[in-house]
Design a protein around this ligand. Structure first.
Ligand code: GDP
Length: 232
């Protein structure tokens, strides 16, 4: 895959350090102002490629919607479901006129029709590679299972596209503290070659564990972004 964004998009050198530095400051209230903007089935249906957006990606049922809801403080903004594979649209939430959160379709659900899998299998890499307003990707993985092959593919796509990527090790409330620490250590070892644009943290939506850290990472991504001229 070629990367059209390498020379054009400024990046945060070390988002996790930024997150740590900001740990004590209050939550950015603008995430609480998030509201549904639109959904899209193709790149052409996306809003103008200007401003800045952060995408949320992950396997179906890992807690992507719950993470967005925890970040925004809205229980039902991104609808959560016990049934995997439901969200088969790109869903955009507007924070303000320049900033968006983007909920990408969950992947890895066996019952999704092959044609739909193919559609998103082509569209998501194209989105990651070409979307200039995309300043970072939050990848949600279940801390009990860590990376599945499709998560590895997603990480590789983000890396190739020089996109800052922050992994949420979600459902941390399902393991003991010691098991969470061991899982995080294993993940750090697996991802040690991904460089300074990669970071991770533990997360639990129902316990709101890690919401401040996630907020700080997004703040750092949004703060450093200077949007290039729109191509739309
Ligand atoms: P999505 O398909 O990735 O958007 O996943 P959802 O956010 O809809 O979550 C799928 C299921 O996992 C729902 O039953 C959630 O309540 C549950 N869930 C999500 N995040 C967490 C978490 O951090 N801890 C626990 N215990 N359950 C979670």
């Amino acid at each position: 895959m070629t990367c059209s964004r390498l020379s054009s998009c400024p990046r945060v050198a070390d988002p996790i350090s930024s997150a740590r530095m900001n740990e004590d400051r209050p939550l950015d209230p603008s995430y609480h102002k998030a509201r549904f903007q639109q959904s899209a089935y193709s790149l052409a249906q996306l809003p103008s490629d200007s401003g800045a957006e952060v995408a949320f990606a992950g396997r179906s049922n890992t807690g992507k919607s719950s993470a967005i809801n925890a970040l925004t403080g809205a229980r039902q903004l991104a609808r959560t479901s016990k049934a995997p594979g439901r969200t088969q649209q790109i869903v955009l939430f507007q924070l303000d006129e320049n900033r968006r959160l983007v909920d990408l379709p969950g992947y890895g659900y066996a019952k999704v029709p092959a044609a739909l899998k193919k559609h998103w299998g082509n569209l998501i890499p194209a989105y990651l590679d070409s979307r200039r307003s995309l300043v970072g990707v939050v990848l949600i993985v279940d801390i009990r299972h860590l990376l599945k092959p499709m998560d590895e593919q997603m990480l590789a796509l983000c890396h190739q596209a020089s996109l800052p990527t922050h992994v949420l090790l979600a459902k941390a409330d399902k393991l003991s503290k010691g098991s969470c620490a061991a899982a995080e250590q294993k993940m750090r070892s697996t991802c040690k070659d991904l460089g300074s644009m990669f970071s991770m943290q533990q997360f639990s939506a129902p316990k709101r564990l890690g919401v401040e850290q996630l907020t700080a990472v997004l703040d750092a991504w949004f703060a450093t972004h200077r949007a290039p001229p729109s191509r739309n």
